[in-house]
Design a binder for this molecule. Sequence first.
Ligand code: ADP
Ligand code: MG
Length: 229
Amino acid sequence: YYEQIQHSERLKTTGQLAAAVAHEIRNPLTVVKGFLQLFEKDSSYSVDRQEQFTLMIDELNTAEQVISQFLSVAKPDKENVTEKVNVKVVLQSVTDLLHSYGLLHDNRIELKVTEDCTISANTIEFKQLLINIIKNAIEASNIGDRVLVTAGREKDFVVIQVIDQGQGMSEEQVVSLGTPFYSLKSKGTGLGMMICFNIVEKFNGTIDFQSSIGHGTAVTIRFPTSKLS
Ligand code: ADP
Ligand code: MG
């Protein structure tokens, strides 16, 4: 019983949970992929069969990529540090990271930072938050749509907006956001928003959604500007 309490204590931040999940999923994937790579090169299988193995390996590679890009950015030992985070620098690196993901459906990510601003947060978790929000915006977008990411200051707050022109959400959908495993995607995890809400709360921020079915969604994130020197 005691062990169990200790264990959940150890996994209490979402980042650590994400890292643990990533680790546990990556291992079996590696094993399965290893076998498939053997079969792929085994000429006793028909060419058709070998092509199917190649497809399976490709799919596993995609899964591996998703895991490393979107979950394992969380390095448990580097968490729990609240530092001065330059919003522009992080936004630039996150939009660069997601650029090629957007191009898969011809979605361009446009970044507009009107002012240099800093917040008190953890860089890794802040990145994770933005990756999840921008990734959702891309996934909701139609081919050719643009995703706009803006950042600026409003009094003592840094305001970040992620605006898409995609499918939008109904009021019930917006209310359901953050519920673990709530996902309308065939390949979704339904964990992204839950992780985001936790990170926003951890650094005293707020997150709001304005959405209209068929027209798109604007996500607004606010954090107090950093008072750290
Ligand atoms: P996942 O992306 O794995 O489905 P999330 O927690 O990130 O899980 O999102 C939950 C659900 O919220 C998505 O399946 C989607 O239906 C909806 N959603 C989130 N962001 C948007 C958005 N920008 N536009 C439309 N729907 C969205
Ligand atoms: Mg998501």
